[in-house]
Write a protein that binds this ligand. Structure first.
Ligand code: ADP
Length: 293
């Protein structure tokens, strides 16, 4: 099964162009949708999850029309939204059982399905606690359990790792990476590491436009030999930004290290740096912004 998105466009009533002619081919496996806050990720996710209308364009999942056959899509969809509701003070077990009823799982199989999911996301020991008492990481794992109800073919997770500490984030990565190879998992995120760790394909979006789509490796190849780095003083940043195409600057032990893009050796004390996905991200975003003016 493949998810095909063609020329999807959405402008909100306030004039914000959240999606501008978005076309993507999303195969099975883990797909990263990477973009800064406000890029249009949630708008795209909500549209694919049949919760919101696009102005124009098309999306098909196998032979289903995602924008029209909403009920059919909902039967094969698992969705973990960015803000996953307010939790009643009932136990995780009761909550998941209730969600299983809503999902239409037959009564005879419900207990088996719910128990297996709670074990799968490692919440079995905590099944009698209320989800409102859970830590951020536990809530996200519960969110994955509910998204997996009913063996979905398309799983959409919107910014799932924001707010998790590194240990929780790792546990969450392990869980996501265990989800079957035969489903499409779209992971929307502004955290480059999420994509590096998990995704075999990805798109970078900003201002509602697709700036890159393909394998992370291929994106890295495009930058090979073109990324240079240098430690500079904080007061020099503006100067370097005027003279070079600075794609990122991060503090290492309190000192800025800048990365620039240059086809040739810029000398001036720069050293060649190995391009990482963070460089790809910032290079695509800054190139996109230069084009938009
Ligand atoms: P992301 O998920 O990448 O942060 P969103 O899809 O939430 O991006 O938002 C894309 C743009 O659309 C942002 O500029 C945001 O402010 C705007 N936006 C999102 N939802 C609405 C809405 N309901 N009404 C008006 N503007 C919105």
């Amino acid at each position: 099964m493949q998810l095909t998105i063609r020329n999807l466009t959405k402008t909100y009533p306030n004039g914000v162009k959240a999606l501008q002619d978005v076309s993507l081919d999303i195969p099975t496996g883990m797909y990263g949708l990477l973009g800064p806050n406000g890029a249009g990720k949630s708008t795209l996710m909500r549209t694919l999850a049949t919760l919101q209308e696009a102005d124009s364009g098309a999306a098909t999942l196998g032979d289903m029309d995602v924008l029209k056959d909403k009920d059919a899509v909902r039967r094969v969809l698992g969705y973990l939204p960015q803000e996953f509701g307010v939790y009643a003070r009932i136990s995780a077990l009761e909550m998941l059982d209730h969600l299983a009823v809503l999902k239409g799982i037959p009564a005879a199989r419900r207990k088996e399905v719910v128990d297996a999911l709670l074990q799968r996301v490692n919440l079995w020991e905590h099944r009698k606690k209320s989800v409102s008492s859970y830590s951020g990481g536990m809530r996200q794992r519960f969110g994955i359990a509910q998204a997996l109800l009913g063996d979905p073919k398309l799983i959409i997770v919107d910014e799932p790792t924001a707010g998790l500490d590194p240990g929780e984030r790792n546990r969450f990565y392990n869980l996501l990476s265990e989800i079957g190879e035969n489903v499409i998992v779209i992971l929307s995120t502004h955290i480059v590491e999420d994509v590096t760790e998990l995704c075999s394909n990805m798109a970078i979006i900003n201002n509602g436009r697709v700036l890159y789509d393909g394998a992370p490796d291929a994106a890295l190849k495009q930058l090979e030999g073109k990324v240079w780095e240098k430690a500079i003083a904080k007061s020099e940043i503006d100067d370097y930004q005027q003279r070079f195409q600075v794609i990122s600057s991060k503090l290492v032990a309190g000192k800025p290290i800048i990365h620039i893009l240059s086809d040739t050796d810029p000398s001036d004390g720069f050293r060649r740096a190995e391009a990482d996905l963070e460089d790809v991200f910032f290079a695509k975003i800054s190139a996109g912004e230069a084009l938009e003016g």
